[in-house]
Ligand binder design. Structure first.
Ligand SMILES: Cc1cc2nc3c(=O)[nH]c(=O)nc-3n(C[C@H](O)[C@H](O)[C@H](O)COP(=O)(O)OP(=O)(O)OC[C@H]3O[C@@H](n4cnc5c(N)ncnc54)[C@H](O)[C@@H]3O)c2cc1C
Length: 289
């Protein structure tokens, strides 16, 4: 099944994102998470790619086992920064041999501590080049990243969205957005994307908040904004983990409920490898009985 097909079935398509355990943690620890997430009936589970390719083997292996042992559709994130074309061919061949034919094609961030990193010196400069590279070689279904607030490195939001349109035109089947917490930002972006002629499904990436310090760190890295209600919530419950978690689950339920009422194509939930969080939220929005 191609990625876009999940969003044409008339019922809400829910997918999950997991990240590989740190390199000093046994790989097996992720598979309990995957078993529990699979019980929640996702259309696919995606596996992130460590920044700078640091966990590339783990991404391929986890995606392969999701597909072959758990019999669940898997999508591998793939970043091209710092990779040669030969590296990419090898990874794509490994994925294909494992039966994983869905990838989220990304550029990736500059290596840690190198904010002036020059992407033009590498063999791939933008995700659109990776999309084209894969299209020319494999019959994969390709997703790409979208930024409802504009990508933080692009001087203008409109310009970023024009780059997005070019990326999609190169052969993208599905867009998954960066996390956001104010749905109005997503609806505004969606209107623009459709007006620009982007027709593929555009699925909001939703990250539940359960730890105030962690979400502030993530936002400081990805550049998404924190609306006032979330700021007040993290200030109020930041030192009370139980209350913070409860408030974060309620926030996610409200946010996703509103997205569903607006007829979104699907939800890509990033529950930070915590299946219980995903279960509570999906129950709260009526997706699970
Ligand atoms: C859903 C999602 C999942 C992610 N998963 C991971 C992951 O697993 N691992 C990881 O390391 N990172 C991940 N990221 C982060 C991502 O790698 C970074 O945001 C990265 O900085 C940009 O990647 P991209 O694929 O969006 O790049 P691109 O689409 O290449 O865009 C990058 C920048 O280049 C600009 N640009 C694009 N084309 C042109 C052009 N022709 N001329 C000039 N400028 C241009 C864009 O406007 C943008 O500012 C994820 C992001 C999202 C939203």
């Amino acid at each position: 099944m191609k990625l876009a097909d999940y969003y044409r079935r008339g019922s809400l398509a829910v997918s999950f994102e997991v990240f590989p355990p740190k390199l000093d943690t046994p790989l097996e620890s992720i598979f309990d998470t995957i078993r529990l997430l699979k019980e929640l009936n996702p259309c696919f589970i995606s596996v992130t790619y460590g920044a700078g390719g640091s966990q590339k083997g783990r991404t391929v292996e986890i995606a392969s086992r999701i597909h072959n042992e758990f019999h669940c559709e898997a999508m591998a994130h793939l970043t091209c920064v710092g990779h040669s074309r030969e590296d990419m061919c090898q990874i794509l061949d490994e994925l294909e041999a494992a039966g994983v034919q869905k990838v989220l094609a990304l550029r990736g961030d500059p290596p840690q501590g190198q904010q002036d990193f020059d992407f033009s010196k590498g063999e791939f400069q933008y995700a659109s080049e990776l999309v084209q590279f894969i299209r020319e070689r494999k019959d994969f279904s390709i997703a790409a990243a979208a930024y409802p607030e504009g990508h933080r490195a692009c001087p203008s939001i409109d310009q970023d969205w024009r780059h997005l349109k070019a990326k999609v035109d190169g052969g993208v089947d599905l867009l998954i957005t960066q996390l956001f917490f104010d749905n109005r930002i997503f609806y505004h972006f969606l209107d623009h994307a459709r007006a620009m002629g982007i027709q593929c499904p555009i699925v909001p990436g939703i990250m539940p908040v359960f730890n105030a310090r962690q979400i502030k760190r993530i936002l400081s890295l990805c550049g998404a904004s924190m609306p006032a209600d979330l700021l007040l919530m993290t200030d109020k419950y930041g030192d009370q983990p139980e209350d913070m978690r409860k408030a974060g689950v309620e926030y996610a339920i409200r946010q996703i409920g509103d997205l569903i009422r607006h007829g979104v194509d699907g939800i890509h939930l990033e529950p930070m490898n915590k299946p219980d969080l995903a279960r509570e939220i999906l129950r709260g929005v009526g997706y699970l009985g």
